[in-house]
Ligand binder design. Structure first.
Ligand SMILES: C[S@@+](CC[C@H](N)C(=O)[O-])C[C@H]1O[C@@H](n2cnc3c(N)ncnc32)[C@H](O)[C@@H]1O
Length: 274
């Protein structure tokens, strides 16, 4: 079965399971847009970048189609795709994102990131650090995508790594939406209704901004024990508008205007021997 067909089946199975268990999670809404991986495929077909980074890669499904120079970070890879593909340069780091950033590799190589996809550990303090470190190393017009910030039931919110749910697990990375709204109101959040658990594009970045670094301890203390149901599911959804990923693609991926390169300008690899 083709990859996309498999994904469609998994998606239906996840929906069935949720109905079957009758979660009764009132107020939660399902994302109904294109699946995140096919949205990203379409983006990489139309929009090129100088440097792409992905944190949390596992099988390589979402960075295999990327043609940009790529940095891939995951403490446990199980590459099942042609991850080099058409890329000229690919750096793979089998370590945590914290260790990767602490290594100073991006600075040493003078790499500025055009587009980054954050899909590593789904606990909000990890995603917050990934966001801060990625922004600090981004091009001024760069874009950061955060996965799994729009959960659709209570089970998927758990922070208990020993008891993760079957099907999608978002942990509590939803907190990044209200945290960025409060501490960084100038960044633009485009919340795509990608199935199954949303995709948030953050643009209008300021690589030199230190507000989150300075407030880090306060943010962790204030948010660590907040639970989405107590916080208010309706309050969470009311704070942003959902954007349909197909309409966003139809509009030619507007938030990428300052950082996009012509993907056709990226030289395809040439076979030099038989
Ligand atoms: C959901 S998978 C990523 C899937 C991939 N992006 C995709 O869409 O096909 C999450 C990955 O995050 C990785 N991960 C867990 N903790 C991490 C950390 N501290 N730093 C980086 N990656 C981490 C896991 O090993 C796992 O492979």
């Amino acid at each position: 079965m083709a990859q996309k067909d498999t994904e469609a089946v998994i998606d239906i199975a996840e929906d069935d399971r949720d109905e079957a268990t009758g979660s009764g999670d009132t107020g939660f809404r399902r994302n109904t847009g294109q699946r995140y991986a096919s949205f990203l495929d379409g983006l990489h077909e139309k929009v090129g970048f100088d440097w792409y980074m992905e944190i949390g890669c596992r099988a390589g499904r979402t960075f295999a189609p990327v043609r940009a120079n790529t940095i891939a970070v995951d403490p446990f890879f199980k590459a099942e795709h042609n991850i080099i593909g058409d890329k000229r340069r690919l750096f793979v780091f089998q370590e945590t994102s914290d260790d990767f950033f602490a290594s100073g590799f991006l600075d040493q190589m003078q790499i500025r990131l055009g587009f980054s996809f954050l899909d590593g550990m789904h606990l909000f303090e990890f995603l917050l650090r990934d966001f801060m470190n990625t922004e600090a190393n981004s091009e001024a017009g760069g874009v950061i995508a955060m996965h799994d910030c729009v959960p659709f039931n209570e089970r998927m919110l758990t922070r208990d790594l020993d008891n993760l749910p079957r099907g999608p697990w978002t942990g509590d990375v939803w907190k990044l939406i209200p945290i960025l709204r409060k501490y960084r109101p100038e960044v633009k959040l485009t919340v795509l209704s990608c199935r199954p658990t949303g995709l948030v594009l953050v643009s209008n970045l300021s690589p030199g901004n230190t507000v989150l670094n300075e407030a880090y301890d306060e943010i962790i203390a204030n948010w660590r024990d907040v639970n989405l149901v107590d916080y208010g599911v309706a309050r969470f959804y009311e704070a942003f508008e959902l954007t349909d990923p197909a309409e966003f693609a139809e509009a030619d991926y507007p938030v990428f205007a300052k950082v996009r390169r012509d993907p056709a300008a990226v030289a395809a690899p040439v076979k030099v021997t038989k």
